[in-house]
Design a protein around this ligand. Sequence first.
Ligand code: AHM
Ligand code: MG
Length: 337
Amino acid sequence: MSTQKISLTRYLVEQQRNDGSIPSQLRLLLEVVARACKGISQSVNKGALGGVLGSAESENVQGEVQKKLDIIANEVLIEANEWGGHLAAMASEEMDSIHLVPNRYPQGEYLLLFDPLDGSSNIDVNVSIGTIFSVLRKPEDNGQGVQESDFLQAGSQQVAAGYCIYGPQTTLVLTVGNGVAMFTLDREQGSFVLTQERIQIPADTKEFAINMSNQRHWAEPVQRYIGECLAGKEGPRGKDFNMRWIASMVADVHRILMRGGVFMYPWDKREPEKAGKLRLMYEANPMSWIVEQAGGAATNGHQRILDLKPAKLHERVAVFLGSKNEVERVTSYHDAA
Ligand code: AHM
Ligand code: MG
């Protein structure tokens, strides 16, 4: 069956009708997020012509210098989402604390979390970047309004997760828990069009993604896994591996969804007190759910990422995700250590 003419709106309406997996507030939420991503895509496309490149000379809560586009994307997502009545609050990699929906607007039953512009180091060099988002249900109201603690739910509680990649094409990838669908932005129509459904990641792969410049800082299980990949045909794996590292998680995960592979951002010795670089709630949880929904796996080296109960909003985590057999292998090396 040709999927050419199915817009995101139609897809969501049909899901709602078929199996009720998308209640109407959630459908509105996803449409609004998609619309915001279209706006961000416009700014990304304009680049230097729109004056959006370069640094904003401010720092986020994690002490990282913000790019202008980090701030623009954050504002676009907040402004698009605060008035629709579908959300109670938002949390972002770029904001210190949660953003409540202002009193002048109705409050909805969902919480939205996002990394507005992932892969920031690639903005100024015209390489793929993206937006990652995760949706949780607001817990029962205890009379105190929405609190940060309401967000601290395991990734297994997500009701929707997705990302939009701003690359040669602008592509939205989405799961609501019944597989992974992909929509490509048709710029002439101004709408996202379904281009792939039921995406599956092959269980085996010969491709890994890791920042090799950190090799000397890794723990032994990661040294062992990568060492065996690098040994190629002559080594214990008996096959040659290829490597890719885009330094945009969105782009690396997208490649893995399209053709398999394993993505790793492990703990390392430079900052032993941190579990890793990537953020559990804005990056690891949504990507892990997407990957699992596509038949892959995601762990922190020891446990399934989606089972981790966050202790704080900006928590970091080590990430191993992608083709199932490889993720299981590198996880087993951690168990054996
Ligand atoms: P960001 O959200 O500030 O852009 O940081 C996250 C990004 C990931 O997209 C990517 O996988 C990683 O940082 C790259 O890190 P490094 O530059 O250490 O290779
Ligand atoms: Mg990021």
